[in-house]
Write a protein that binds this ligand. Sequence first.
Ligand code: DGJ
Length: 718
Amino acid sequence: MKKYNIFIALLLACSGLQAQTNQRIVIETNHTSLVLSVGKNGRVYQNYLSTKLANAADNNILPQGKEAYIGGGMEDSFQPAIRITHTDSNPSLELLFVEQKTEQSTSGSTETIVTLKDPKYPITVKLHYQAYTKEDVIKSWTEIINGEKGEITLNDYASSMLHFDAREYWLTQYHGDWAAEMKMQESKLTSGIKEIDSKLGTRAAMYQSPLFLLSLGKQSDETSGEVIAGTLAWTGNFKFHFETDQNNALRVISGINPYASAYKLAAGKTFTTPAFIFTYSASGRGQASRNLHSWARNHDVMDGNKPRLVLLNNWETTFFNFDEQKLSGLFDDAVNLGVDLFLLDDGWFGNKYPRSNDKAGLGDWQPTKTKLPNGIGNLIKQAEAKGTKFGIWIEPEMVNPKSELYEKHPDWVLRLPNRAENEQRNQMVLDLANPAVADFVYQTMDDLISKNPGLGFIKWDCNRIMTNTWSPYLKDKQSNLYVDYVLNLYKVFTRLRAKHPHLPIMLCSGGGSRIDYEALKYFTEFWASDNTDPLERVYMQWGYSNFYPANVIASHVTSWGKQPLKFRTDVAMMGKLGYDIDVKKMTPDELTFSKLAIKNYKRLSNVIWYGDLYRLISPYEENRAVLMYVDSVKSKAVLFNYNLNIRERETVNRVKLAGLDANKKYKVEEINMMTGAKPILPDNGRVYTGDFLMKVGLDLNSWHLKALTSSIVEITAQ
Ligand code: DGJ
């Protein structure tokens, strides 16, 4: 009898083990699934990441792939996802499956948490996967829990590790510099390592953006090919590691850049990595972008589905040179133009060291009495009385050595001991790792907003990277600085949003050097680049459109570039329209056109902001760019057509439209024309079926093929 019981117990244990080893963890959206499984050794493996299998039962026969989140110091010979040093200096980590939990959220997503533990050390790692069903987006992040008695060091601590097995891998990255953001570059991955990273701290995305497209098997295009669009939601140093092994298997590791950031995690503490957000499309890049756009509007960007303000900024008109009287004239311009808000840029603060150029004043956030004797409140009232709202610029994480703040708190500044100070744009970065400094930044922002009721908008700027990085506050924990800076910045954002939930705030960083989906949880739009030359902007906005919806890409009409105002305006209208131009210098025709353009934009903004984007002709492939937005019920679309450096009589084909209802009839009409201009469409205003427009297309340039010209076409279901 006893023997029999032992036999049963053994059988049960074995079948338990069997159940466990067969266990599948299925993370799925409407069209994609990521399937993990628990191996016989208790480790968790990635079996599949692709289009969802038609029969759920087939998930159970998927072959076991590579370990899902590899611990360093064990037997794997490539880059691990995590590498820690234990309290006793042991540098290895084995992660075994403990449990899996799946929770349905009300917001249309499912969160799966896979808990792993080291069998020898009290370290727990939780892999989180939030799958957004409708949008086909997966967000993944990791919690690392230190159950040891002392501090451990996180040497590598990825948000995500994904494995691929394809014949070829093509990587598109987005690189640039100040005034040259978001250049798209595609290359084939070869064996070995390719990394895209940033070590810049504050303006982390200045040279490389935390975004990539990875095409599997062959190069993808807008409508075909398998592609992963991935991005890290982190407003600091990031790293994407692509490693192709001897069998042509690829691992993609995404997370905070561990460079100079071996993170000290105290006993009992949990480290939560930022989220890696990705979407998989089996039908090209266009679908991947549309997935991310709707996810961003529905689940990430602050007020992503709410209207934005069209604004007039004064930066390029006045720079630092303004006073109350001049501003009053600019309020009139804003009203005359028909925008919603006037935005006062840099140069309004500092008294002991007034901000009359970029050499002084940052940190002293009191209005300069000689320029603005009646303060900000009075400007808000004046603007309101004239019929416009008022917004203001600020750069709260920075300080000029020529400021009262610096004199009072020299220890609040990031600066290496025993080294010369390194200034950029004559300024230094405040030590946000220090909670007192983070508190100052919060208080500055809260005071500005609370003491000036009616303030309608803020532009939060950040004009230098970190160099000579050292925190006087962190003392012997310097390697936590890059990370703690960002974590404290998020605390500031969180507190601010708790008190001022819906105030529109633009994320700016000397142009577009700091854009990511974590920051955008708190911001309503971003400044894409200081370069507003519309020719450049076509390429940049094209690049941004791969990941971000139009309602967050601030695009202003300015005086940069020699293109006609019509071209400049049409380019700005494909994003979130604004102005940074001297309205008084416009000719009467230009003013009439601009007023019309703003009216058109407001009428069509629902389609541009919330519609589905179809990129039809890429400026990277032809001397022109064509794209269109289609609303969700396919009743209205707006098409933007830009001729770039087009040559005399260059051959251009008809453009086949996309995203329409083949069975509907649409009126096709050019809008946004200068007074007296002839439409470019041979049959302007004609009605076509959606089928015709998508199969035969439109001749957008029959007689009008000139460099730097543009047209906007409104397409309306009848
Ligand atoms: C950099 C921004 O990108 C500009 O738009 C402007 O706000 C300046 N800073 C002001 O210093």
